[in-house]
Design a protein around this ligand. Structure first.
Ligand SMILES: Nc1ncnc2c1ncn2[C@@H]1O[C@H](COP(=O)(O)OP(=O)(O)OP(=O)(O)O)[C@@H](O)[C@H]1O
Ligand SMILES: [Mg+2]
Length: 331
């Protein structure tokens, strides 16, 4: 909180410039030699997106666009954004899967009013198939419920990692978008999911603490992978002016100290329909389709879909296994 750039964000003044460390990973596919692959080498090869290794374990070529939705500060509306954005994207005719990756305080299921019998842990530990844990909710969205028993993706055994890769990779043929609801903050697991996703959406509220914490997430990402596409979504605002003011504060500091401009994906107004729907455990975009928040999230879904369609031709936006299972994530 008291680092120079964070203070600048609040005071809107300051000096100095730090360069983002270029540690971007090369995720482009490369053709491997034909050879026998044992489990560990399959993992290594898959991690590098070797097409030979991908074929060896039956990974479909077409993988969903992976979008991680995150925040620095907790309670700014990530899970609400994920749940309702998923339904809006499904309304555009896209198939959408939510991965609840908040392994501590999972609550996507609560927002849909469901009580899943199994979760990701059951699948990773070989107790159920992936189909058995996936829940389909009204609106056509599928959910992979979170597990409170997975502390670190990197701590999974290679057998468990392979199981996860195989399982999630099969989704490629079924799913256009994989929306990943992360925990708040910058724990190792969260950073791994952000690095692994094709796009990161940082949600912030207009409060100074949320703004500073959003910037800190962007800063960590910029130092880990400077090319990562990061968009800001300002939630619970009074309107466009407030959203623009919050975005400009973050963008100015990010440009100045990280040499990295960020983008504004959009905003969602503070809307009492949101709280009403949350209490009734139903998505507001379905329950109150004409509400201000619902109209905004529908706009966001269209914009996001257009951006993804444009970007898909330029880069791979699927989940990067290498980033997900990498060990050396700083705390
Ligand atoms: N646009 C909004 N208008 C009014 N209230 C909102 C809005 N967005 C979120 N909220 C309120 O904020 C609460 C927290 O939202 P949510 O659980 O989605 O946040 P979160 O960022 O996922 O939290 P956590 O960090 O704990 O995972 C909701 O229960 C809802 O009441
Ligand atoms: Mg949440």
């Amino acid at each position: 909180m008291n680092s120079h750039d964070s203070l600048t964000l609040l005071r809107k003044r300051g000096s100095g410039q730090s360069k983002a460390v270029q540690s971007g990973s090369n995720l482009h596919c490369k053709r491997g030699e034909r050879r026998m692959l044992d489990q560990a080498s399959v993992l290594r090869e898959v991690a590098n997106h070797s097409s030979h290794a991908m074929n060896a374990i039956g990974v479909a070529d077409c993988q969903p666009v992976a979008i991680a939705i995150t925040s620095g500060k907790g309670g700014v509306g990530k899970s609400n954004v994920v749940a309702n954005l998923a339904i809006s994207l499904a309304g555009l005719g896209k198939s959408v899967m939510i991965l609840d990756a908040d392994f501590g305080l999972a609550n996507i299921d609560l927002l849909f009013g469901i009580a899943p019998r199994h979760n990701l842990r059951d699948f990773v530990f070989g107790r159920t198939s992936l189909e058995d844990i996936i829940v389909e909710v009204p609106g056509g969205v599928k959910i992979i419920p979170a597990s409170s028993g997975i502390e670190q993706m990197a701590a999974l055994t290679s057998e468990q990692q392979l199981r996860l890769i195989r399982g999630l990779s099969q989704l490629g043929t079924l799913t256009d978008y994989l929306l990943i609801d992360t925990a708040a903050g910058i724990s190792g697991n969260v950073v791994q999911f952000l690095l692994a996703a094709g796009i990161v959406i940082v949600v912030t509220a207009p409060e100074p603490t949320a703004i500073v914490d959003a910037y800190l997430v962007i800063k960590i990402l910029a130092h880990r992978e400077s090319q990562k596409r990061v968009s800001i979504l300002v939630n619970s605002v009074s309107g466009r002016d407030e959203a623009l003011s919050v975005f400009e504060q973050i963008n100015a500091v990010s440009r100045r100290f990280l040499s990295k401009p960020v983008e504004l994906l959009g905003f969602i107004e503070r809307d009492s329909h949101v709280t009403q729907a949350v209490r009734q455990q139903a998505p507001w975009v379905t329950m109150f389709p004409g509400s201000t928040a619902s109209r905004s999230v529908n706009r966001l879904a269209k914009r996001l879909h257009q951006q993804c369609e444009a970007m898909k031709h330029q880069k791979d936006m699927s989940l990067s296994w290498r980033a997900l299972f990498e060990q050396d994530i700083p705390s």
